[in-house]
Structures are given as C-alpha cells and as structure tokens.
Design a binder for this molecule. Structure first.
Ligand code: UDP
Ligand code: MG
Length: 189
C-alpha cells in the first residue's frame, strides 16, 4: 500500500486554503480539518477557554499552540484509526514550534509522505479579498494583525519546509480553477 499523504495547506489569510481543500476532498477523498474552523466552533461554547479563543479570533491574534494542538490532535488520531490514505491539514502549523510538534506526530503515526502547499498571494491581494469576504474577524485592523503574524510566525515555517524539500509553491493569484490545476499538477494527482 502507498504511504499516507499528509498535506498541510498554508498561505496568507484569504489565499483560498479552505476552497482548495474542499476541491481536493471532493475529487480525491481527502480527510480534512481546518484549525481555524475548529477554533471558531470551540468558541461557541462560552466557557473560559471558548471565550478566550473567541476574543483572540476577533482580534486576529494567534491562539497559543497548546490550545490549537488540543483541537487538531484528536482529528489526526481519528484519521489514523480510520486508516485514511490522504489527509489535509488546513491552517496548521502556524508557528515553528507547531511544525516541530507536527513532525513528531507524523512520525508517531508512521506517515511518511508529508507535503506543504504554500498558496501565495500578496498582502495587497489578501486585504482586498478579506474586506470583501466580511467575516467578523475581517475588519481592517484584525486583518493587519493577521498579516503581521503571518510574516513573523508562518514565514519561518514555510522556510523550514522549503529547506526540507517539502514545500510546493502555488500561485494563488489566479482563478480558483487554475490554482486547483496547479495544485493537482504539483501533487501529481
Ligand atoms: N487561528 C489560530 N491558530 C491556528 C489557526 C487559526 O490562532 O492554527 C485563528 C487565528 O486567529 C486566525 C483565525 O483562527 O486568524 C482564523 O483562521 P483561518 O485559518 O480560518 O483563517 P484564514 O487564514 O482562512 O483567514
Ligand atoms: Mg480558512
């Protein structure tokens, strides 16, 4: 049997991570989760941690790694139990610490084929798209905040995977169909 493919999808807010993950699920039966979506769901439970997560998201701040880890780790555990052969991780890791943890997790589950999509759009394009999208954390000041930690926290993650030869750069500033074509070509799907 072929090795399980673990695909992390990264890119600036508004780059189309969720959209492309949906296409891959639809056509290739990837199992997937979005860390952002898991956090938004968790924030609906208004206990201490739910309220804290909610305010972090509203301000466009990055939620501390132990909290997000608690969200995504059970998803991966369940994928292992179901023995799925293709996995999408939408929006993790966002910090180098999380990349190191994910390395250990992937090794733990004996998943030998991990790739990272880097869907590239400029800051200007990200702002344009998010203002249009209009989610409650898409206010200009929140967006600026998210773009700032993308630079500080996510870009080192991208460099880390590039060095390991795992990074696939995708031009995110084309129609969603063309972005998808490029992804399929680079993944040889
Ligand atoms: N978030 C986070 N850590 C993560 C993933 C998401 O703190 O690992 C928070 C963060 O506040 C982010 C929000 O959840 O702005 C939404 O994440 P999502 O990936 O859905 O946003 P997108 O990048 O698609 O705009
Ligand atoms: Mg998203």
């Amino acid at each position: 049997m072929k090795d399980t493919l673990v695909l992390s999808v990264l890119g600036r807010p508004g780059s189309g991570k969720g959209t492309q993950a949906e296409y891959l699920k639809r056509d290739f039966g990837f199992a997937s989760f979005s860390t952002g979506a898991l956090l938004r769901k968790r924030a609906k439970n208004r206990d201490y941690t739910g309220r804290r997560i909610g305010s972090f998201i509203e301000n466009g701040d990055i939620v501390p790694s132990p909290i997000t880890f608690f969200m995504w780790m059970p998803e991966l555990e369940s994928f292992k139990q179901k023995n799925v052969s293709r996995i999408i991780i939408d929006g993790t890791p966002r910090k180098i610490l999380e990349a190191y943890i994910l390395d250990d997790v992937v090794e733990w589950y004996d998943w030998k084929n991990m790739k990272v999509l880097n869907i590239k759009i400029s800051e200007k394009e990200a702002i344009k798209r998010l203002v249009k999208r209009g989610r409650s954390d898409d206010e200009l000041s929140d967006i600026k905040n998210r773009l700032q930690w993308f630079k500080k926290d996510v870009e080192p993650v991208l460099r880390y995977y590039k060095k390991k030869g795992m990074l696939l750069d995708i031009n995110g500033e084309q129609s969603r169909e063309y972005v998808y074509k490029e992804i399929k070509a680079k993944l040889k799907l």
